[in-house]
Design a protein around this ligand. Structure first.
Ligand code: GMT
Length: 379
């Protein structure tokens, strides 16, 4: 199949999922066309099956906001015609599903039919999409998609609850390349450079937005390091970064915290981590937690959104009510204070991640493409 993929090219989970999906589909023989405003950060594979088309939005003084949707839908029309793309898969409803629908209507004028698959990722539904300013357009573009997927049952339920949806939504969870996180084949794990042997390594990865509740990460870590030697690895950049640094300074723990910034090498950091913290306010799935678990790192998280579908309480880690720093601390110490127990949690975390093997999940998307194309041929 010739598949067009539209996504955010950034470090966010939706862009990562879209990019990894496109790369895996290309390995399975499909021709993939990424159409976005920058080269996706994880798009590292060079292959004649993978193409990247940049959407340019020329500046003009009249525009207070540059019309990205317009440029995107024009680019989609051009690329579908030029490359014979058969299906468009858009990740994150805003504004991608809307732009794709406009492209579809333009192409119909030329008797070209292009079906659209929309994948809902989380904040496009929960925090942003359901805002009254966006809601009518988001509802419209979901209902006009030929197929809709959500990354967890929880996100599907939220979508049905918050919007007037007239379509069936398939749940296709986030996935993981277990080979990339294969601990036995990993030769580049430089734990000694990060911490002493007696120090436990705690890790957090996110875009440091308020929804991630990074102050809770600091509070839990502060409590842990009072009880045992420990280091905190912070991966990511975002609006809360300065506040985090300031809090660490005020608490006198700055020398125990390492800020890595944005990184494409999270497997190299996770390989030496003992515990992963994800205390988010809401999380449709929690791809970062899955990546940690695949590296054999147990997860202390909030019990919200789709996280309980990924992190199993008492098995791969623990779930606590949002903001319950005391409970998270108690659970973290329980895992960390006994070496044998820590090992058991690490093994179970890795085992739980096997349920999200990309070789099992990517065919679910392929089946949706085939089904959608077949239905469209009938019409
Ligand atoms: O977590 C973010 O803020 C980034 C966001 C995105 O769209 O890039 O992530 C969302 O999509 C991921 C991939 O499907 C999910 O694993 C994340 O849980 C989800 N984030 C939220 O729901 C807050």
């Amino acid at each position: 199949m010739k598949i067009g993929i539209v996504c955010y090219p950034t470090f966010g989970g939706s862009g990562v999922v879209a990019t990894e999906l496109g790369l895996e589909l290309s390995k399975r023989g499909h021709e993939i066309h990424f159409i976005t405003y920058n080269q996706p950060v994880r798009l590292e594979l060079i292959s004649n099956n993978v193409h990247y088309h940049e959407v340019n939005v020329p500046e003009y003084p009249l525009f207070h906001y540059q019309p990205y949707e317009l440029a995107l839908s024009s680019k989609l029309v051009d690329m579908v015609k030029l490359h014979g793309i058969e299906i468009l898969h858009v990740h994150y409803a805003i504004p991608h599903a809307y732009a794709a629908y406009m492209a579809k209507k333009m192409l119909q004028e030329e008797n070209i039919y292009i079906p659209i698959v929309t994948t809902l990722h989380g904040t496009d539904i929960t925090l942003v999409g359901s805002h009254p300013f966006y809601k009518p357009a988001v509802t419209f573009s979901i209902n006009k998609s030929d197929a809709v997927t959500a990354v967890s049952q929880s996100l599907k339920d939220d979508t049905m609850r918050l919007f007037d949806i007239k379509k069936d939504i398939s749940v296709v969870p986030n996935f993981i390349d277990l080979e990339k996180h294969n601990l036995h084949g990993f030769t580049d794990c430089q734990r000694g450079m990060m911490a002493n042997d007696d120090e436990k390594i705690i890790t957090h990865i996110s875009n440091l937005r308020p929804v991630k509740r990074v102050q809770d990460v600091i509070s839990v870590f502060y409590n842990i390091q009072k009880e045992m030697p420990a280091k905190l690895m912070f991966i990511g950049e975002g609006p809360e970064k300065e506040k985090v640094e300031l809090t660490c300074q005020e608490l006198g723990i700055l020398d125990k915290v390492v800020f890595f910034g944005k990184s494409n090498e999270i497997d190299k950091i996770l390989c030496f981590s003992d515990l992963f913290l994800l205390p988010s306010l809401t999380e449709s799935f929690g791809l970062a937690a899955l990546e940690a678990m695949a590296s054999g790192v147990p997860v202390i998280s909030s019990n919200t959104g789709g996280i309980p579908e990924v992190n199993i309480h008492g098995e791969s880690g623990f779930l606590s009510p949002v903001g319950d720093v005391e409970d998270m601390t108690k659970n973290a110490l329980y895992i960390l204070e006994d070496e044998q127990r820590l090992k058991t949690f690490k093994d179970k975390a890795r085992k739980q991640s096997l349920n999200f093997d990309l070789h099992a999940i990517v065919p679910m998307y392929e089946a949706i493409y085939k089904d959608t194309l077949a239905k469209c041929l009938v019409l």
